[in-house]
Design a protein around this ligand. Structure first.
Ligand code: ADP
Ligand code: MG
Length: 244
């Protein structure tokens, strides 16, 4: 326990430092991105257009990496609220549609039932964005399906007395090698040239902070399913209204 506490203190100090560094990097990065965008808009010429486009894209990538690192080291403060899962999913879909088109992937949304969750809207959104980006990066000219339904088989790690629903993200992409399956949730594990390997580590933590669990099933060259189990919110002593 003592070691755990010390390591938590270390993590908090590390998180604080990382937050400061990220802040220092983000401001100049915003300036670079902003001016590159202006050059792209205001100057003509094939080369200028090509080079400024590269700068803009690379800045975006750096911002993404920065966000992942920040999200990983910063201790969570989960502001929890109740909301319908449909609302969250629709928000996410709007967000990812254009990215999915880049790899020519089709997207299908299946909501078998809607559920109320008690949780952090932003964190759960981040979770879904992570999982869907991974699916998109693993898939070309394929199909990505997001499915919300009642959990039929509840994993042994969860509370049998409670009710759960699942969010499934299924892709028809490259799949995950068997020897990698055990490691994909480890921080910094990546098979991508420019990956941070933090997406799934963050995602796992978000799910567990919500009293759920994340499972994966995959077959090489066939595709992958990530299955996120989350508890259904049943009301009870909350001062929130129930909507309709
Ligand atoms: P990153 O995306 O930065 O590599 P993640 O933690 O998000 O880090 O993912 C870790 C690794 O898990 C990826 O590098 C990839 O090898 C594997 N992975 C995750 N999702 C999928 C998927 N849908 N299909 C195939 N491989 C995946
Ligand atoms: Mg990722």
């Amino acid at each position: 326990l003592r070691e755990r506490i010390i390591s938590m203190e270390k993590m908090a100090a590390l998180g604080e430092m990382a937050a400061k560094v990220a802040h220092e990097i983000r401001n100049p990065l915003l300036a670079i991105g902003g001016f590159a965008k202006r050059l792209h808009k205001e100057l003509t010429g094939e080369k200028v257009q090509e080079y400024t486009k590269i700068i803009i894209e690379e800045v975006k990538r750096l911002e993404r990496i920065l966000n992942e690192i920040l999200s990983f080291v910063r201790p969570f403060s989960l502001g929890k609220e109740t909301f319908e899962i449909r609302k969250l999913v629709e928000d996410v879909v709007n967000f990812v549609e254009s990215t999915l088109q880049e790899n020519n992937n089709k997207f299908e949304l299946v909501i078998e039932n809607d559920f109320t969750v008690l949780g952090s809207f932003d964190k759960l959104k981040e979770l879904l964005l992570n999982i869907i980006s991974n699916a998109n990066e693993a898939t070309k000219n394929g199909l990505i399906t997001l499915r919300i339904k009642k959990a039929d088989k509840i994993p042994i790690e969860l509370d049998k007395e409670k009710e759960y629903f699942t969010i499934e993200v299924e892709d028809t992409g490259c799949g995950i090698q068997k020897e990698n399956l055990k490691r994909i949730f480890d921080p910094f594990f990546t098979t991508k040239a420019t990956g941070t390997g933090l997406g799934l580590a963050i995602s796992k933590r978000i799910v567990e902070d919500h009293g759920g669990i994340i499972k994966v099933e995959s077959e090489v060259n066939k595709g992958t399913i990530f299955r996120i189990y989350l508890p259904v919110y049943k009301g009870g002593g909350s001062n929130e209204n129930n909507g309709s």
